[in-house]
Design a protein around this ligand. Structure first.
Ligand SMILES: [Zn+2]
Length: 65
């Protein structure tokens, strides 16, 4: 569950539904999609091999129709 995230595209506040999840190295990556504008954001989180916690968002753009 992801809550309290604000959509970086349209400013929608609330829960962005997770449409995909996968593993990349030590990260878990979730692809979230704004229910309002369909802008997509990847959420990377995990702990690196050096024990550092990492948690960040990466904009991947709006879905093209
Ligand atoms: Zn949005």
């Amino acid at each position: 569950m992801v809550s309290g995230l604000k959509c970086p595209y349209c400013g929608f506040e609330g829960e962005l539904p997770k449409i995909k999840q996968w593993k990349m190295r030590w990260y878990t990556v979730e692809m979230l999609e704004c229910p309002k504008c369909h802008g997509r954001v990847n959420h990377y989180y995990g702990t690196t091999p050096t024990g550092k916690k990492s948690d960040f968002y990466f904009r991947i753009g709006r879905r093209k129709k």
